[in-house]
Design a protein around this ligand. Sequence first.
Ligand code: HEM
Length: 538
Amino acid sequence: MSATNETIDWSFLPKTLDQYEVNLESGFIPAEEPLSRLPNPYYEPWEELASNISQYLLAKVLRDKVKSMPVLTIEKLATRREEHRAYVVLCFLSHAYIWGLNQKAEQVLPASLAVPWWNISKKLRIKPVFTNAASVVWNWNLIDKNRPIGLDNLKHGMLFTGSFDEAWFFLVTVAMDAKSGAILRNIGKIINDISKGDVSAVTSGLEKLSTHINDLRLLLARMFENCDPYVFYWRMRQYMAGWKNMKEAGLEHGVKYEGVMDEADGTQSEYQEFYGGNAAQSSTIQLIDIALGVHHYPINVGVENGATDGNKAQNIDTMKAEMKAKYPKPPGNPFLMEMRDYMPGTHKDLLEDMGKVCHIREFVLINTDGVSRIDYEKFQAEIERVSADDISLKNISGDDLKLKNGLLKAYNKCISNLKVFRDYHMIIVKKYIVNQAKGHSFMGSNAPDTTPTPPKSATSSPVQDKAQTIGNASGGAVSGADSKVAGPKSVVAAHTNGIKPGKLARFVEEGDVIKGTGGTDPIEFLTHIKNETRDSRI
Ligand code: HEM
């Protein structure tokens, strides 16, 4: 029996998997290939621009073409796949328009893009900005339609730059998100087994889940094969940037969506601010956090010590209690929670509903007393969250120490593997962002580590610096993951959220803080999330 045919009762969820737009093969990635062109000739003006996006950027004619394009209605989109394609095309064209190629950012998006983009986003319940859904979920094709999704069978969809590096960056994430099919299947089965009180089955489900998490890390590690950190930082990432906290990139107030009316009073709506695309918008990792009951809290209220803000350390217990009350379901980190609004609405629904019914961690806590060194005071709140009359969650493993040990080990292995995934992700962030911003590494991901001297200037654009950079880069390399990001001066430089077109990515001086999409230092943010994962071991 194929794993997908295993009988899993999904009635613990209030909607069907189809209604959540997920499937048990590729999870959040649609079972059917996304469209690579809208079939209705009415949409030819969009598709014509879409198929020439990098050429028109290079020739600097894209903006004029957008301005002369008619405002098309979304009413002629006949199917969900067409709606997805429309969203993808409008995301790419709009970001190409706003950021241009070595041009000043545009603050107003013409109605020809703004109106249909706004409307289709509303229909799909996702933000009208470039997201993981646009670059990954609805933006791929298969080489051989009879073979499953995998890095050896994927073709890229739309790209800004047309580079191998950009294609690979998106496709690695497609392959990772497609693992959510197996992950979802497994979580559904574990929830079923919990309701039967079957400790052995839950243990084997957790063992499988730990392998899936490891598979994600192995896929992430393949990023280096074809996505060069230099190209990522200096060439591609600017297009994924949004318009929140983007003063330094010339978008102090965000972007005005021309022709979009305020629903309350029917007047032209004001500037809008949205974060740009990033893989924190992938539903897969959030699903794993939810399944394992890994909680995330605001950055200064971490479970691990909560003492990043020294002044508040003394009140930390009170703060933790308040935060647990305020964010009872994982993840409660405001940035991660907000990222759910940047996922397809149906996927956000699934995460929310899963959060209400997933009690794997509580099941493990209850059934491993005696073998785990559980601090019951610490975990009491979590245990109490489980309804007292839920028989299946009572201690059913009795004195069978072997069973209890197996369950504990399998759960903790999931946590360890998730922590290792996050460790690895931080290495990626350091190599692809921090080291590039600090001038510690140049082109050629697989070249030996020669770490050239960082440039003096922290303000020059990649274009201005290109000759110098490439000159320095002969034999240059990705340096180690040991860059320090610290210091008082804040320079928004490194992530999709804080960079200028042409000057989007730039060098930062020693002592500058590199900000991420969440407006925080990404290293601090990711360390916090990673430590919370580590501290979820039982
Ligand atoms: C070149 C590759 C990548 C870079 C440079 C990168 C960078 C970042 C950064 C800077 C953040 C912090 C939040 C922000 O400021 O946006 C972040 C968060 C995150 N990224 Fe990535 N990322 C990469 C690839 C991926 C991939 C392929 C995944 C797979 C799904 C992923 C998953 C996540 C998740 C889940 C978060 C939220 C924090 C967490 O839950 O651990 N990233 N990423």
